[in-house]
Design a protein around this ligand. Structure first.
Ligand code: UDP
Length: 313
């Protein structure tokens, strides 16, 4: 199999490359390196099944040859990044999605869109099931991300309905693991960086908002199963174990044997109050559920970040 992956030098993209290459497949990896990093794919640089193309998926995609699978992962996934680059974020959900769909259409390839739990916005239903339409502020600060992914889902369904492209849509919930950027602002790297540097943990608001954290190997396994399935409607991929952010900070401090203080900072606008995936559909359709515990996943992630902190010093 030959795969085209946008966002391949990103956190999830690079793990997907590893998995496909380990399975004996060939990967053409696209990334414009806005948030992705060469470091994430450096170990693949000379691999005969791997080719890196520095390119922006919002521009016409000039790649040669046939593809069996087209994966559109390119996105500015961290709130810090998408708030700093709202127009690029909207473009990666709109123009880039369409460009990648065009490649899939031309090559009669399967297409997978990595969408997001942000499609549910600040959800009024809990846990979130795929049939819930969401509660998104269409003009708020986060709308550049949420609406671009909702548009991307709509475009993906339109290409399936109009052109018969074999599409899948994964709604990814909070995911963590090695190769997240230490400074990308998301809560896992933020807290781990703070502990490693002996700084207070910054909990936004009172910390009663909830999230559910999935380890990256579980997520990539889910993506891989979904890409071979004929379900066209979105499928949630995430870990249903839900924690408040305050509990999460305390878990990290306990795990790392740290007595650092927790400080509270203002809650960003439209920060969802709660988030937990209902994964019944993924369990039923894909025989998938997360298997890595939070403790094990965090341990692996801490080891990775220790290396990054040492390399930076
Ligand atoms: N958060 C926090 N401290 C930080 C970074 C994030 O308390 O230093 C909170 C944030 O307000 C949100 C949750 O942690 O409620 C998850 O934030 P993240 O940016 O990782 O992802 P989100 O789920 O909001 O997209």
């Amino acid at each position: 199999m030959r795969h085209l992956i946008s966002g391949a030098a990103g956190f999830i993209g690079s793990h997907l490359c590893d998995r496909l290459i380990a399975a004996g497949d060939t990967v053409v990896a696209l990334d414009n390196l806005i948030t992705g990093s060469r470091r994430n794919i450096a170990h693949l640089a000379d691999h005969p099944q791997f080719e890196f193309v520095e390119a922006d998926a919002t521009r016409p995609i000039a790649v040669e040859g046939h593809f069996d699978h087209v994966w559109h992962l390119a996105s500015l996934a961290s709130p810090k990044e998408y708030l700093a680059h709202p127009i690029e974020t909207l473009e990666s959900g709109s123009t880039a999605t369409r460009n990648m769909l065009d490649v899939a259409r031309r090559e009669h390839a399967r297409f997978l869109l990595t969408s997001t739990s942000e499609c549910y916005g600040d959800p009024l239903e809990h846990p979130q099931v795929e049939t819930y339409w969401g509660n998104v502020n269409p003009v708020g600060l986060r709308s550049c991300y949420d609406e671009s992914k909702r548009y991307a889902e709509a475009m993906t369904m339109a290409y399936h309905r109009t052109h018969g492209v074999r599409t899948n849509i994964a709604r990814i919930f909070n995911t963590y693991g090695p190769r997240m950027a230490l400074d990308d602002g998301r809560v896992v790297p933020a807290f781990l960086d703070q502990v490693l540097r002996g700084l207070p943990l910054t909990v936004f608001g009172d910390g009663s908002q909830t999230r559910s954290f999935c380890y990256v190997s579980d997520l990539v396994d889910g993506l891989s199963r979904l890409s071979n399935c004929d379900e066209r409607y979105p499928v949630n991929l995430g870990n249903p174990q839900e924690l408040t952010i305050l509990e999460f900070a305390e878990r990290i401090l306990r795990l790392m044997g740290s007595g650092l203080p927790i400080v509270h900072e203002p809650l960003p606008s439209d920060d969802p109050r709660k988030r937990r995936p209902d994964i019944t559909k993924a369990k039923t359709l894909l025989a998938w559920q997360p298997v890595v515990t939070l403790e094990d996943g965090l341990r692996e992630t801490v080891e990775y970040f220790k290396g990054v902190v040492v390399a930076k010093a």
